[in-house]
Design a protein around this ligand. Structure first.
Ligand code: PLP
Length: 391
């Protein structure tokens, strides 16, 4: 047969999903695996959200929905940005999609043409460069290591800009590093993007998973000029333990939201109708939602501190205490083997699954997801330490 397309030949499959799949296969084969690879809360979806989806099913809300989302959910999302972050937002600026991942892809498709450059800070979420390539654009990676807390400086952004630059992707709190930009750091980078007329895709999917009292801020909140070029992506997966529901959200200038909806109308029509009615309960029953979130945050924070403490006890491992998401990103470069070999041997010998930093554009690091039980973390870290002792 004829060769497949350049898109098919050039795309790299998601390495995080691959490591997780390998760990799950080992587990299914009876191995006692400690999985630190999945970017997924170990909690169940809050009961009131599940009940609202079941109610929607009982009521027959099982047909196509409007492409950009059911009106009350779009209204609720617009109200969230207006009330919580002081970003005046109308429902017409909101699009609900099947997953934050698809919201990101649609944003990139709506903004980028072939030949455009997209500034992607590394360590990056694995899908950004691949999505940029699928849009025919070119990812321009800018690497920040633990030396700068995994954060870009305005100077680093400035140096990466060319006449072809169209978009900068920001992701705070970050997957994989857990790093959170302070408002002033983010404001300085936003100013560079405004100055050079770039669009900003701000992936804020971990916006509520914050520790040590830090607060979330969006680039869109800094000025009218910033708001006019910022597309905020978020979703329900991480905050409300709803990874399998496949619901993402996007808020942007009306023209961008309209284009995104048009693209979506040709690709998937709409996000699952009864899932949207379920998600609406996250906003209409706010007290229950907050209680569920608070419970998760207590567990995540306890685990974050535990994992950070245990990792730094291991000679040769150096780990920053990041303040967001549910990831830590220790530096393992002192062992003199690649992060790929490190993770492969860690899984083979100790049955601990973690994702190599290379997958995120930063070799020498390992991503540990602490969105798993305290027992698994304790057991896995003991094995991790024993493995490091053999190197
Ligand atoms: N953005 C980031 C940074 C993520 O880590 C993820 C999930 O891993 C997503 C977006 C997409 O989430 P979902 O498609 O499950 O809503």
């Amino acid at each position: 047969p004829a060769p497949l397309s350049t898109w098919a030949l050039n795309v790299s499959p998601s390495p995080t999903l691959a490591v997780d799949a390998k760990a799950k296969a080992l587990k299914a084969a009876g191995e006692d695996v400690c999985g630190f690879a999945a970017g997924e809360p170990d909690f169940d979806t809050p009961a009131h959200i599940k009940e609202a989806a079941m109610q929607a099913l009982r009521e027959g809300k099982t047909k196509y929905a409007p492409t950009p989302g059911i009106p009350p959910l779009r209204e609720a999302i617009a109200a969230k940005y207006t009330d919580l972050y002081g970003i005046p937002t109308k429902a017409a600026q909101v699009v609900v999609s099947p997953g934050g991942k698809f919201s990101c892809y649609l944003t990139i498709l709506a903004v980028c043409s072939p030949g455009d450059e997209v500034i992607v800070p590394a360590p990056f979420w694995v899908s950004y460069p691949e999505m940029v390539k699928l849009a025919g654009a070119t990812p321009k990676l800018v690497v920040a290591t633990d030396a700068t807390g995994f954060k870009l400086t305005p100077e680093m952004v400035e140096a990466a800009i060319t006449p072809k630059s169209k978009l900068i992707i920001l992701n705070s709190p970050s997957n994989p590093s857990g790093a959170v930009y302070t408002p002033s750091e983010l404001e300085a980078i936003t100013a560079v993007a405004v100055k050079h007329n770039l669009y900003i895709m701000s992936d804020e999917i971990y916006e509520h998973l914050l520790y040590d009292g830090v607060t979330h801020v969006s680039p869109a909140s800094f000025s009218d000029a910033a708001r006019e070029r910022t597309i905020i992506v978020s979703g329900f997966a991480k905050t409300f333990a709803m990874t399998g529901w496949r619901l993402g959200t996007l808020v942007g200038p009306v023209a961008v939201a309209k284009s995104v909806a048009e693209l979506q109308s040709q690709m998937t029509s709409n996000a699952t109708t009864f899932a949207q009615w379920g998600a609406l309960a996250a906003y209409t029953e706010k007290d229950k939602t907050q209680a569920a979130l608070d419970e998760m945050l207590v567990a995540f924070d306890r685990r974050r501190k535990f994992v950070h403490g245990e990792l730094n006890k291991i000679p040769g491992v150096n780990c920053l205490l990041s303040q967001g998401a549910f990831y830590l990103f220790p530096n393992i470069s002192s062992f003199g083997i690649s992060d790929l070999e490190f993770c492969e041997r860690l899984l083979e010998t100790e049955k601990v699954a973690a994702v190599p930093g290379s997958a995120f554009g930063t070799p020498g690091f390992v991503r540990i997801s602490y969105a798993t039980s305290d027992e698994t973390l304790a057991k896995g870290l003991e094995r991790f330490a024993r493995f490091c002792g053999t190197l």
